[in-house]
Design a protein around this ligand. Structure first.
Ligand SMILES: [Mg+2]
Length: 229
C-alpha cells in the first residue's frame, strides 16, 4: 500500500498511460473532465511544484490538460518552467523533412500505421497494426543508421526518431534545481520503458519513482485518485 502523497513533494507526471488511458491513436485519448482542475488544486497545495514530463508536444499537453503547467515536452526536448519561460534542450532532427517523406511513402501500404509529426521528433505508431512492427523496425533502423544527431526511442507500439539529448530524467533533475521544486522530495509517476530513467532519477535524488503497472495495478484512475491533495 502506497503512503499518501506528501505535501512536501515535487510531483512529476507522465500523461499517456499514467494520468489518462492509452487509446488507439494519440489524438483519440479521453481526458476526464475534472482532471485539469484537480491537477491545479494539487499544484497549489504543493506550492506550485507540479510538472508534466511527457513525450507529447507542448501544444498537445496544453490542449489535454489546459494551458501553462510546468512541463517537459517531447521527452525533455523543450522545458517550460514555473514562470512560463521556455528552454530548448535540443535541435530539431537535421533529416526531419527527408525522413518524413520517406516514412509517408513507406506506410501507404501499411494501413493503421500513423506518423506523428512533433516539433523536434517523428514518431511511427503501430498500435492499430502490430503486424508491421518488424518491417517498421527495419525501416527506422535504416533511416537512423549512421545519423549523428538522432536516436531511436522505443515506446508502447511506437518508434520515435528523436534528437540526441533531452530526456525525462534530465528534465526532472533540471526542475529540481529551481523554484518551486528545489528542496522538495521528487515523486515521479510513469508507465513506459521510456519512463524508467526518470523513475530511477527521482529515487537517486532522494524521492520516489512510481510505475503505473507496478504501483497502481495498471489503473490510471488509481493514479488520478492518488495525486489529489
Ligand atoms: Mg506514458
Amino acid at each position: 500500500m502506497l503512503p499518501a502523497l506528501n505535501p512536501n513533494s515535487a510531483l512529476f507526471l507522465d500523461i499517456d498511460g499514467t494520468l489518462i488511458d492509452l487509446a488507439a491513436t494519440p489524438q483519440s485519448v479521453e481526458v476526464p473532465l475534472a482532471l485539469p482542475a484537480q491537477l491545479r488544486q494539487t499544484q497549489a497545495k504543493l506550492n506550485g511544484a507540479l510538472a508534466i514530463l511527457s513525450g507529447r508536444k507542448l501544444a498537445d499537453i496544453d490542449r489535454l490538460l489546459g494551458p501553462g503547467l510546468p512541463s517537459a515536452a517531447e521527452h525533455g526536448a523543450i522545458l517550460r518552467d514555473a514562470s512560463g519561460k521556455l528552454t530548448q534542450q535540443v535541435q530539431r532532427l537535421a533529416s526531419y523533412d527527408k525522413w518524413l517523406k520517406t516514412l509517408q511513402a513507406e506506410i501507404i501500404d501499411m494501413p493503421g500505421v500513423l506518423i506523428e509529426e512533433k516539433e523536434f521528433s517523428l514518431v511511427v505508431h503501430y498500435r492499430q497494426a502490430p503486424k508491421f512492427e518488424a518491417e517498421l523496425s527495419q525501416l527506422v533502423d535504416h533511416l537512423i543508421g549512421g545519423s549523428e544527431d538522432a536516436v531511436l526511442m522505443l515506446a508502447h507500439c511506437a518508434f520515435e526518431l528523436k534528437p540526441r539529448g533531452g530526456n525525462k530524467a534530465d528534465a526532472l533533475a533540471w526542475f529540481m534545481q529551481q523554484p518551486p521544486f528545489s528542496g522538495r522530495i521528487p515523486v515521479f509517476i510513469g508507465d513506459d520503458i521510456t519512463d524508467e530513467p526518470a523513475i530511477e532519477k527521482a529515487i537517486e535524488l532522494g524521492g520516489i519513482g512510481l510505475h503505473v503497472a507496478r504501483d497502481f495495478a495498471g489503473q490510471t484512475q488509481a493514479v488520478r485518485d492518488w495525486v489529489i491533495l
